[in-house]
Design a protein around this ligand. Structure first.
Ligand SMILES: [Zn+2]
Length: 318
């Protein structure tokens, strides 16, 4: 294999579809994205993605035969490693054979599909905040709370490919809200953006905007509004407790926190750190550091490319 060939990286989420060409060192060359269309059926969605891939290949003047392979991150759940996807936030795809369709579209080159949160973690470990560390938990705090785990330098798969679901670590089983998973008091049930908004509205938050989001809530907090501040404390505390438990279990060095809510900065990270320090008392757990994810908007693409370029660490499927 020509070691200089780029990989095609694809990042499929409920908000946007992105594709790009990524060099073996992790630099994103050409890329393009479109908002994830709503209300389309499976084939219409596929045609949107197909057109995006064509646009990126044309932009760079390459054909599938010029590629080292294709890595793809997609919202879960999915059957892994077959890459049959049913992303919660993309109702048009239920049991959609994404990996097979990409393989066909790209003339039979190597295609690997993994959970988008796993790709974010791979990106942070390969080229971001976890670089050079062997034991890293990556988290994505946004509409949900996703995550993935690298231990002893390798992505941990688990029995079904789902290891690292930090969002469903229970932090408040008595009084926490019900979780989408069917449980109660998971970190995600408290810290996911929509849950924070619902909590804040229950506390009397009346935003100016219709359809206000956790971003608006964080912005109000930054302006010193009490409920916005309390909501960020609530999220930070839940995440800090979950991280303390994960650190005890896995002997972590670094936890990288990305996703929309991580943009709140110290409003989120200060209470997170406080809760973590209150619960992580053993010497080895006190060593852990929690840092904002280092890779910005391209993290999903870089992580998808890592499935191709660093498969020994991030891909243990067929
Ligand atoms: Zn849950």
């Amino acid at each position: 294999m020509d070691e200089s060939r780029p990989a095609l990286a694809v990042d499929i989420g409920g908000t946007k579809l992105a594709a790009g060409l990524v060099e073996p060192a992790g630099r994103v060359q050409a890329w393009a994205q479109v908002p994830t269309p709503a209300g389309l059926d499976a084939e219409q969605l596929w045609r949107t993605l197909d057109a995006l891939i064509t646009e990126v290949l044309d932009q760079a003047g390459v054909t599938p035969a010029d590629l080292a392979g294709c890595g793809c991150g997609c919202g879960g759940p999915m059957e892994w490693p077959s890459g049959v996807v049913s992303p919660l936030n993309i109702p048009g795809w239920r049991g959609f054979p994404l990996r097979a369709r990409l393989t066909e579209r790209l003339g039979g080159i190597t295609v690997r599909v993994h959970n988008d949160a796993i790709c974010m973690v791979a990106a942070e470990h390969w080229r971001g905040a976890g670089r050079g560390r062997d034991n890293v938990l990556g988290m994505v705090v946004s509409t949900g709370v996703g995550g993935g785990l690298v231990l002893d330098g390798r992505l941990i798969r688990g029995a079904s490919g789902n290891a690292g679901h930090i969002g469903h670590v229970v932090v408040d089983p008595e009084t926490g809200p019900l979780c989408g998973c069917g449980g109660r008091g998971c970190a995600e049930a408290i810290a996911r953006g929509p849950a924070l908004v619902a909590w804040a509205q229950g506390e009397g938050w009346r935003p100016d905007q219709k359809d206000a989001t956790a971003k608006d809530l964080a912005a109000d907090g930054a302006l010193g509004h009490a409920i916005g501040l309390a909501a960020m404390r609530r999220a930070g505390r839940a995440l800090g407790i979950a991280i303390a438990s994960a650190t005890s279990l896995c002997d972590l060095e670094v936890v990288s926190v990305g996703g929309g809510l991580s943009q709140a900065g110290p409003l989120l990270f200060d209470p997170l750190e406080e809760a973590l320090r209150a619960h992580a008392k053993l010497d080895f757990t006190r060593q852990v550091s929690v840092v904002p994810a280092a890779l910005g908007q391209h993290a999903g693409l870089v992580g998808a490319a890592a499935l191709i370029f660093a498969a020994d660490r991030y891909w243990h499927g067929d």
